[in-house]
Structure formats: C-alpha cells, structure tokens
Write a new protein. Structure first.
Length: 129
C-alpha cells in the first residue's frame, strides 16, 4: 500500500529492550470532494500514525512539513481502556520512505527585524511614479 502526506511534527525514536528502536511519526493526508448536488468543495484531512522499524537514523530527515511517500501495510491495535471500553487505532507500518520535499529549516525562512519593520512603516504609501 502507498500513501503520501506531510509530516505533522518531528519524528521521535522510541527505544525498546534488546537494542531495538522504532521511529514514530504522524502524517496528514489531504483530500477533497464535491457532495452530490453541490458546487462547494469539501476538504478532508486524515491523520495517520506511522512506524518505521528499519533504521532509527531516518528520524533526522523526518521533520515537520516534509512531504513523504510511504510504502507499507496497515496494522490494527485493539485494547481495553481504563474506562473498560474497547478502543482501537490504526498504524501504518512503513517498509520504505521516499522524501518528496524536505521540510524548510528555520534558517531558510527570512526573519524580519524590528528595524526593517520600522523602516517599512516610515515609507509613504503613495509612490511618485
């Protein structure tokens, strides 16, 4: 199975006993449709929890905002909660990750200083040309 989406927050590495590690992250998949007899476009966002067991070093590249294409299978987790009710969750067990667009780092985004803002406010609105 294949899914594509953007990473919601930076991936985390969870350490298990016997030197095993898993990379956990969540992606958002955007979709849209037009309901019958309507011209309005409805947008849906689905959040999918993902796990990657093959290499914990991959976590350094799985940053918030990165666009990823994942290959793997869906797993179902069923459990009885503290409220004595049955609960379930889906996890996408990733076997291959393809990064389509890396997340922008904070260094790449231009920062506007207070002096730049002050100079912009002093410039007149009407231009002479």
């Amino acid at each position: 199975m294949e899914i594509t989406g953007r990473i919601v927050k930076d991936a985390s590495v969870f350490k298990l006993k016997e030197n095993r590690e898993v990379v956990n992250f969540t992606i958002a998949v955007n979709d849209s449709y037009k309901p019958k007899d309507s011209t309005e476009l409805k947008k849906i966002v689905t959040y999918i929890d993902c796990s990657y067991w093959l290499s914990s070093k991959t976590a350094q590249w799985l940053k918030k905002g990165a666009l990823v294409e994942l290959f793997g299978r869906i797993g179902l987790n069923v459990y009885i909660g503290n409220d004595s009710e049955a609960h379930g969750s889906l996890t996408f067990h990733t076997s291959h990750i393809k990064i389509l667009a890396f997340a922008k780092s904070e260094q790449e985004t231009p920062q506007i200083s207070a002096s730049t803002k002050a100079n912009a406010e002093k410039e007149p609105d009407d231009l002479p040309f």
